[in-house]
Write a protein that binds this ligand. Structure first.
Ligand code: ATP
Ligand code: MG
Ligand code: MG
Length: 383
């Protein structure tokens, strides 16, 4: 029977906020660990929240005391604190999964054992120009220098076009643990949201993502003009990659579709993901609904993850001026079938995700036509 479970969430940003929206509709109390007035807390009035950071062991311990299950909206959390509380409270997905995934190099070393295809890469041990130059000889240029940890929205990536870029690249990612990846000449980026339940690995349809400066701009659901065979391969790759980790909940899998139609993993996230926001309008159960159900062992009818209508999601990102996102929102108000989600994060900064808009229509072509004026507005406001 329904027992009003309490879910603890490490992180109260926009992903936590959308989890709360789902939890609220089922009368499930979500206790958020983050700063007061974080986006998730703003829409959830009760006294179960914890003030602090998901990087502070004491705060994680305090959250654990009041919850039936703990989850995270971000992978950059203190997994040692999670390991400690795991003896008292359920942690989903597992702290082991989060610990491995939060370090992109370790994540890839782990996935390699499962035969997941990915770009060739090399670890940097000393972060010296000589070391990176040697790696450049091996991988060729351009290559993508990446921070192993604390990476998001491309902050942690530096494209190294030639040997001459090496000093600038090492300066940009100074004091961070690094590895470098061979350039992936992709014709398209694909993503699949996978939901791991107590006895199943389910997935949402394959989508196409468009990144600008390494940050997600647009998501097309379903992916446009992708033959069914490739779609099936993307689904299989995503499920196989996620199956390599323990624990329940949503996982975001990003992939490159290469010129020869082969697929390669870009990276995997142990959480709800930007590439799955379209599911709020595009499916009967959103990725947030499914995550909450998966971690609480509630039923998820697989049919509820099917696409209801073609959907396009556009991120509203902080632009050249502090009010760029408001101007974009204003324009979105006049777009037919546009659902607007603002995150209430306060001041916009260039590159900061402030909200998103999803347009659904009977056909992808129609959705494209409807959202184009908004894309034009957003393009003129780029930082
Ligand atoms: P996220 O916000 O998704 O967590 P991130 O900061 O962890 O992003 P990645 O997903 O590794 O960064 O890379 C961001 C984008 O940079 C990719 O979606 C892709 O467009 C580009 N990119 C990453 N690696 C490569 C590569 N090896 N070759 C070419 N492009 C790449
Ligand atoms: Mg990432
Ligand atoms: Mg990514």
């Amino acid at each position: 029977m329904w027992n009003s479970p309490k879910v603890g969430i490490l992180g109260g940003g926009q992903l936590g906020r959308m989890l709360v929206e789902s939890a609220n509709r089922l009368n499930i109390q979500a206790n958020i660990l983050d700063a007061d007035n974080s986006p998730a807390k703003q829409i959830s009035s009760h006294d179960g929240h914890v003030t602090g950071s998901f990087k502070e062991p004491d705060a994680v311990r305090k959250l654990a005391e009041s919850c039936d299950v703990i989850t995270a909206e971000i992978e950059h959390v203190d997994t040692y604190a999670l390991e400690e509380v795991a003896s008292k409270v359920r942690v989903e997905p597992s702290w082991q999964a989060i610990r491995t995934i939060q370090n992109k190099f370790n994540q890839k070393e782990h996935l390699r054992k499962y035969g997941i295809p990915m770009a060739e890469h090399r670890e940097l041990v000393n972060n010296t120009p000589e070391e990176l130059a040697q790696i450049g000889e091996e991988l060729g240029y351009p290559m993508m220098l990446k921070s192993k940890t604390m990476a998001y929205d491309g902050r942690g990536n530096f494209r190294v076009n030639s040997k001459e870029d090496i000093p600038e690249a090492l300066e940009a990612l100074k004091d961070r643990p690094l590895y470098s990846e061979k350039w992936a000449y992709f014709k398209m980026e694909l993503a699949v949201m996978v939901i791991k339940t107590k006895d199943d690995v389910l997935s949402y349809p394959t989508v196409e993502t468009v990144q600008e400066d390494s940050i997600c701009k647009l998501v097309y659901a379903p992916a446009r003009n992708v033959p069914d065979a490739i779609n099936q391969q993307a689904q299989a790759l995503a499920r196989k990659a996620v199956s390599a980790f323990e624990g329940k909940g949503a996982f975001g899998v990003e992939m490159f579709l290469l010129e020869d139609n082969s697929l390669m993993l870009c990276e995997l996230a142990s959480r709800i993901h930007n590439s799955g926001h379209w599911t709020i309008e595009g499916c009967a159960l959103s990725q947030f609904d499914s995550h909450i159900r998966a971690i609480l062992d509630l039923p998820i009818p697989p049919k509820s993850l099917e696409l209801l209508q073609p959907s396009i999601m556009l991120n509203i990102i902080g632009g050249a001026t502090p009010d760029s996102h408001l101007k974009a929102t204003e324009a979105a108000l006049s777009i037919p079938n546009a659902s607007i989600h603002l995150y209430s994060k306060g001041a916009a900064k260039p590159g900061r995700k402030m909200g998103h808009v999803t347009v659904t229509a009977a056909t992808m072509h129609e959705a494209e036509t409807m959202i184009q004026p908004l894309i034009d507005v957003v393009d003129t406001m780029r930082a």
